[in-house]
Every structure is written in C-alpha cells, then in structure tokens.
Write a protein that binds this ligand. Structure first.
Ligand SMILES: Cc1cc2nc3c(=O)[nH]c(=O)nc-3n(C[C@H](O)[C@H](O)[C@H](O)COP(=O)(O)O)c2cc1C
Length: 344
C-alpha cells in the first residue's frame, strides 16, 4: 500500500505549521476573523458542521466566511460517503481551502449518529468517505482543496500503535495526506466531551512516531498545547501544531506564536484590537449584535493590568441595546496605566 502523496500535494505550500482548532460554538466567522488579525499565518478551522446541515441547512449562516479568513478549513461531521462528498463539494464551491473530516468528537449525540471518534474503529468506512470527498472536490473544479482528517489516537482502551497506524494508512491510501492528531484516546463511555479533552492522558510520542514512520504525510499535533515554547519544541518532531482552548481563552498566545514562527514583530494587544474594529463596525452595520462578536475577545488582556475590567466591561455592556464600538473603547481604557474604573 502506498502512502506517498501525489506530487501536486507534496509540492504545494502547506500553511499548517500553526492552526487553530475547530471548536463548536466558538470558532464562528467572527472568532476566525479575530484570530486572523492575531495570527496572519495560521490555518483556521470552522466549527464542525454535519454534512446533512451543509446540504439541507441555511448555508448563508452555516458556511459564512469572510474573505480575510483564508487559509480556512471547513470541518465536516458525518459517515456517509455520498453525503460527505456532496458537502465537501459545496464547501469547496463556497471557497474553503480545506475540508476536514471529524474522527475525534466523542459526544453521545455524535456516537448515536455513528460519526466522530467512533470512526477510529472503522478505517475502511473513513477511507470510503475520504475517497468520495477527494473525488467530489476534484470533479467540482477545486482539485487544490485538501481533504484532511482530525482524529484521536484510538478509542477506549486502545493502546496499540499499529492499530492507529493501520487507521492512518487506510485513510492515506484513499487520498488524505494531512492528519490532525489530538494526541489522546477518546473514551466513549462515561466521560463528557469536556472530560474527554482532559482525562485521557496525552501521548505526544505517538504523533512524533507517526511523522517518523510516515514522513510523506503532514502531521499536525493537537491537545494541551498552551504556550509558545512547548509549541515550538513540538515542531521539531511534527509539521504543525494546533491550538484550541489556549487560542480561545488567551488569544495573545496565538499572536506571539504566529509572530515567532513567521518572523514578524510582536504587536501590542491594543494595536491588534484596533485592526479588528473596522470588521466589528461593519458587522454592527449589518445588524449583528455586539455581544456575538465581543464574546470572542474577552481573553485578549488575560493576566494583564486591567484585564479583568476589560472583560467585565465587555461582558456586562455588550448585552445592552445599542451597544457599539464605544464599549470596546471603554474596555480598552481600563487597560491604560492609572485607570480607575468608575462603578456603574
Ligand atoms: C468548546 C469546544 C468545542 C469543540 N468542538 C470541536 C469540533 O467541532 N470539532 C473537533 O474536531 N474538535 C472540537 N473540539 C476539540 C478541539 O478541536 C481540540 O481537539 C481539543 O480542544 C484539544 O485541543 P486543546 O487542548 O488545544 O484545546 C472542541 C473543543 C472545545 C473546547
């Protein structure tokens, strides 16, 4: 079985040294535009959207994306090759640069639908899904769109590296050459999705070993990467790192890491936020409530002087009718030297 990617895949510039994880309810288009300002070089992922929803749902809402978000990947959920193929074709038509299949989500709802992490036990089915998606984006005139997979190391008590490698080989042979590896198992019984991101132990070594044993594949490592130095250290062993919760809760980390990897200077939090304001203003003019946008920026001053007040001003004020960018200015004021917050 060959796992070598075709030439067009191997030679294409791969923007995936740094990426921001798909996160349901979090990485919507407003969040991704903010992350793009912070991390000009990062690959961004949407929230997971089920293939059925892409086909039958309100695409204007589900697939909304701003032109500045590129490179951006659409993450799909599902396990029926024909539906995933159609959803991938639509995603490519909407301009997404990559279509990613979720093989890592452990929620009960997802298990009932037989997709997400339980697909780790069905490599042949995942291979069929990937093959159908690759063909669909090609036939849809977007052969440049990568079809990728985000997976775990295994499920429940799986602890055999060769089983994991067997999954990867089967899926790679079907045309997936990039694997995002959330480097822990998913425990399908007894843990909530949140616990499934914390309790099963991380085993980064499996991600490193996958890259060593399958050097032609692109391996992105995910799970518990929360600071610049560990992220840089992982990059000695894999092609890329994906940050999830850290990028969301402490977005400045994303900026500093992107600056480090791209050689660009680190900018101030305020300068970054000011670059985001024209987008915010535009969205307000389209009728988007401020709270839908500001919820993504609450952590920008985490650990800084005035960081708590910044967060509080935005969380309290953005729900009020007529809230606009002046509220962001007021929140920024809290972070200035000598500022004393007036109580309301
Ligand atoms: C709120 C939330 C929602 C998530 N939604 C998704 C999702 O839609 N698809 C997915 O593959 N992973 C999802 N994840 C998992 C993340 O993509 C990532 O794999 C996980 O959080 C581990 O990375 P981290 O330690 O950097 O956060 C979600 C995580 C969180 C915190």
């Amino acid at each position: 079985m060959s796992v070598s990617p075709p030439d067009e895949v191997r030679t294409k510039a791969d923007p995936a040294r740094l990426s921001v994880a798909p996160m349901m309810d979090w990485t919507d288009t407003h969040c991704r535009v903010f992350h793009r300002v912070l991390a000009p070089s990062a690959l961004l992922y949407t929230e997971m959207v089920h293939a059925n929803a892409v086909i039958r749902g309100d695409r204007g809402k589900l697939l909304a994306m701003d032109a500045c978000e590129h490179p951006v990947a659409l993450q799909l959920g599902g396990s029926e090759p024909a539906l995933l193929a159609e959803a991938a074709r639509i995603g490519a038509e909407w301009g997404y640069d990559e279509v990613n299949l979720n093989c890592g989500c452990p929620s009960d709802r997802v298990q009932a639908g037989r997709f997400g992490a339980c697909l780790m036990r069905e490599p042949a089915l995942v291979a069929d899904c990937v093959a159908a998606m690759v063909e669909a984006v090609r036939n849809g005139g977007r052969p440049d769109v990568r079809v990728t997979v985000k997976c775990r190391l295994g499920v429940d008590d799986d602890d055999d590296f060769d089983t994991f490698l067997g999954f990867v080989d089967a899926v790679a042979a079907a045309g997936c050459h990039t694997f995002v590896v959330h480097a822990r198992n998913a425990w399908l019984k007894g843990l909530s999705p949140k616990e499934n991101r914390e309790v099963p132990p991380l085993r980064y070594e499996w991600g490193y070993r996958l890259k060593r044993e399958r050097p032609a594949l692109t391996v992105l490592l995910n799970g518990g990467i929360a600071a610049v130095e560990p992220a840089v250290a992982h990059l000695a062993h894999v092609d890329g790192v994906m940050l999830g919760r850290a990028a969301y809760h402490d977005p400045f980390v994303l900026h500093v890491l992107d600056a480090r990897l791209s050689g660009r200077p680190v900018r101030t939090r305020e300068a970054l936020l000011r670059d985001y304001l024209p987008y915010v203003q535009h969205q307000l003019e389209q009728g988007v409530p401020l709270k839908h946008i500001t919820r993504h920026i609450l952590g920008l001053f985490l650990g800084e002087r005035g960081g708590r007040a910044f967060r509080q001003v935005l969380s309290e004020g953005s729900h009020r009718a007529g809230a606009d960018v002046e509220l962001i200015e007021a929140a920024l004021d809290c972070t200035r030297p000598g500022h004393v917050r007036q109580s309301a």
